[in-house]
Design a protein around this ligand. Structure first.
Ligand SMILES: [Cu+2]
Length: 450
């Protein structure tokens, strides 16, 4: 978070002491030293009085494409936790889903995640244990995987955009699970941050420099409606996967919870990022031109297209078709669904805190939605029969839809969408709504790759 000058000096002193150690002590260290991530209680400096939040000591991680890295997560929180590496095609045991792929990390304990990302791009990491509370308290960070052949950007800025629900005293509203929110669009916040700091975020570029903005929606439930006023900007990637050909940025970017957009821009003028869902546009980020450098001829080549990642080939044929029907919620038409192996009426489900279903099942069903052999091509027929939008997230996989890869896809009310999933790493993988209020009240299932 915000390092004060005193902390900075202290860390500097530690670094000096360590670098004076004799070489022999370092000889047995692995080539890539592990990265320590601490989940802990801290405070944010948004107002005159500090706001208690939970956060990682590393709000931004940078990994190298194709390099195995140990991420040692130590839990300094008073409760158990895990970390999910959102969008990274990890081995199943490293996916961080408590109760499915691992036991939660107890307070005071550590867990080593062995992460090797085959893909370069923009990802993020967040708690996947009691997510409804832990994500809302701030347990997330940016995960940037750098590739060897990427074009150089003189400025590279991840922007983690969050929507906090604060009480009048400036503290996080402790009512994380509210039945009304959960059966509707989810808990909406009233305070926007960028990289855990109060907005607007400000950056500075020299005229002609290439700028890469990595937009990441870390909100628990809010779909951001972003207007990117960066003249000539190009959309480079979705959910960490490059577009084959960069496209002009549309007037409004609909960025559902957990979705990412990479935007490339040549700074010839100042630029702004605005959130436009409310009555008045809200300034999220501002990039100014460095006045000392003046303006003039761009100093760098214009090419910004990102090289493709080693994604699977999508064949014309499919091995199986699976309906993924989203149902339930207020003003929905859900009559009955299976919960814990038994059929229940919507009223009975609501009494058990379940409001949403996927293909007739609510909560985590015992049997997977489908099983696929590694390499199989599965067509998923998404059908949002609810009165609300949903952002569906696939673990360990991206799906192919409308000529792009997505690990999360927002479906508006009534929307149908056919997507293609190429079964990847073996294991048990979640599919859930990334509006955490919906996930927590039933909109979650899983599939198995064998
Ligand atoms: Cu949802």
């Amino acid at each position: 978070m915000n390092l004060t000058r005193r902390q900075w000096i202290k860390n500097g002193a530690q670094l000096t002491a360590a670098s004076m150690l004799p070489w022999s002590l370092w000889a047995d260290q692995p080539q890539v030293p592990h990265i320590n991530i601490q989940a802990r209680e801290t405070t944010a400096s948004w107002f005159a009085a500090p706001t208690p939040i939970w956060a990682y000591n590393q709000p931004k991680l940078t990994l190298q494409q194709g390099v195995m890295q140990t991420l040692r997560v130590t839990n300094h929180l008073p409760v158990p936790t895990t970390i999910h590496w959102h969008g990274v095609r990890v081995g199943n045991a490293m996916d961080g889903v408590s109760g499915l792929t691992q036991a939660p990390i107890e307070p005071g304990a550590s867990f080593d995640y062995q992460i090797m990302s085959p893909d370069a791009g923009t990802f993020w990491f967040h708690s996947h244990h009691n997510t409804i509370e832990q994500l809302a308290r701030g347990l997330y960070g940016a995960l940037v995987v750098t590739g060897n052949n990427e074009p150089r950007f003189e400025r590279d800025w991840p922007l983690l955009i969050d929507d906090w629900s604060l009480s009048r005293n400036g503290r996080i509203d402790p009512a994380f699970a509210n039945r009304h929110n959960q059966s509707h669009a989810g808990r909406m916040g009233n305070f926007l941050t960028i990289n855990h700091q109060a907005g607007p975020w400000r950056g500075e570029a020299n005229a002609g420099e290439r700028v890469r903005l990595r937009l990441i929606n870390t909100a628990t439930n809010r779909i951001l409606q972003l207007h990117a006023a960066f003249p000539g900007a190009l959309w480079l990637a979705k959910d960490g996967q490059p577009l084959a050909i960069p496209e002009p940025v549309p007037e409004v970017i609909l960025l559902g919870p957990s979705e990412r957009w990479d935007i490339g821009w040549i700074a010839r003028d100042a630029g702004q990022l605005l959130e436009v869902s409310g009555d008045e546009p809200l300034l999220v980020a501002q990039v100014d031109l460095n006045p000392a450098e003046g303006t003039g001829v761009p100093a760098y080549p214009d090419a910004m297209a990102l090289p493709a990642n080693p994604m699977p080939h999508v064949p014309a044929g499919v091995n199986q078709r699976v309906p993924v029907t989203l149902e339930g919620g207020a003003m929905g038409r859900l009559q009955t669904a299976q919960f814990q192996g038994e059929p229940h009426s919507f009223r009975e489900l609501a009494a058990r805190g379940q409001f949403w279903a996927i293909s007739g099942q609510t909560g985590m069903p015992e049997a997977p939605l489908f099983r696929a052999r590694q390499g199989e091509s599965v067509e998923l027929l998404l059908d949002n029969r609810t009165a609300f939008p949903h952002t569906v997230h696939w673990h360990g996989h991206h799906v192919w839809a409308d000529g792009r890869w997505h690990d999360s896809l927002t479906l508006l009310r009534g929307q149908k969408q056919s997507v293609r999933l190429m079964a990847g790493n073996p294991g048990k993988w979640l599919i859930h709504c990334h509006m955490i209020d919906h996930q927590a009240t039933g909109m979650m299932t899983w599939f198995e790759v064998v």
